[in-house]
Design a protein around this ligand. Sequence first.
Ligand code: AQP
Length: 341
Amino acid sequence: MQTILTGVRANEEPTIGNFLGAYLPMINLSHEHANDSQINMFVPDLHSFTTPIDHSKFYAQIIKGIKYYMAAGLDVDNPNVHIYRQSRVPAHCELAWILDCFTPFGEASRMTQFKEKSEEHKESVTVGLFNYPVLMAADILLYDAKYVPLGEDQFQHLELARNIAIRMNNKFDQELFTLPASEAEQVKFMHLEKGLRIRSLTDPTKKMSKSSTNEKSKISLSDDPKVAAKKIMSATTDSEGVIRFDMVNQPGIGNLMAIEALFTHRDLQDVISDYAGQTRYGDLKTKVADTVSHFLSDFQEKVANISDGDVERVLEQGEAYANEVADKKLHTVQKALGLRK
Ligand code: AQP
């Protein structure tokens, strides 16, 4: 059975960017493939402190992250659906160290996210921040995951995981790891034309990020729906005076159209057609504000109905499964390396 796998860091409240770029494709794929694939949606909790976090809130954030996966529509009663915490599966760290030793420093140094994040967190650039794409490769390769639903910003890291898999398979002359699908295949598998990138509401040339300190730039999944609506109404647009989908000259407008299409499960072209020739940006903003605030009310109600006991039950199954699969793979790798007979 093939494996489809994804995760969202539990460092801050996830945003609608995380939801549309990673949760939604994963949930859709789980509905489509839970009978012919293993569906692994894990919490990459060890990735969470590659940038500074508030550790006093961290545990609660991890549990909330799992409730979010469940509220988003993952069918946890299906035996092929697994939710687990990375930190409870020690093989992730053990394999990451091994992969580190087969990853050229120059290749790891090319990761653009490291360059951007080390600029942002100048005072605290850690080895962990540099190294996290290798841990991410271990997260993927341990489970032989072929498909990894991700937003556009993470495809470079996926490519690194592919390179590591190719290098190690060649070196040890066996298929140690399943090669994750290429970006083009991943996007096709998600029924998309390209990877998704929801933009910041205050600077639509940039990605919406959950760690942004500008609250107005992002909509978090726990935002009060009325506050979220206000953020949409004050989103940065442009002075062109006509509603067009033009991500170069009107990225703010294009971003709002994309958000509307994704939340309402409509074709982007249909949303573009709805506004053809229209000039009142307020009409588009009002529609998107309404869509997003309805989504948040409904989603937050679902989250409130999931108990900590529900989470514990799901984790018990998921972590038993993950440890079994991951340990088996780690043993195979250890054997190939000569660490074990
Ligand atoms: N704006 C976005 N649009 C589409 N997809 C996005 N993702 C993140 N932002 C957007 C996707 O969400 C998944 C989880 O991301 P992550 O938390 O593991 O790391 P990230 O890519 O660094 O996400 P953020 O929100 O920008 O987090 P911070 O600010 O904490 O670094 C990934 O699939 C990502 O592509």
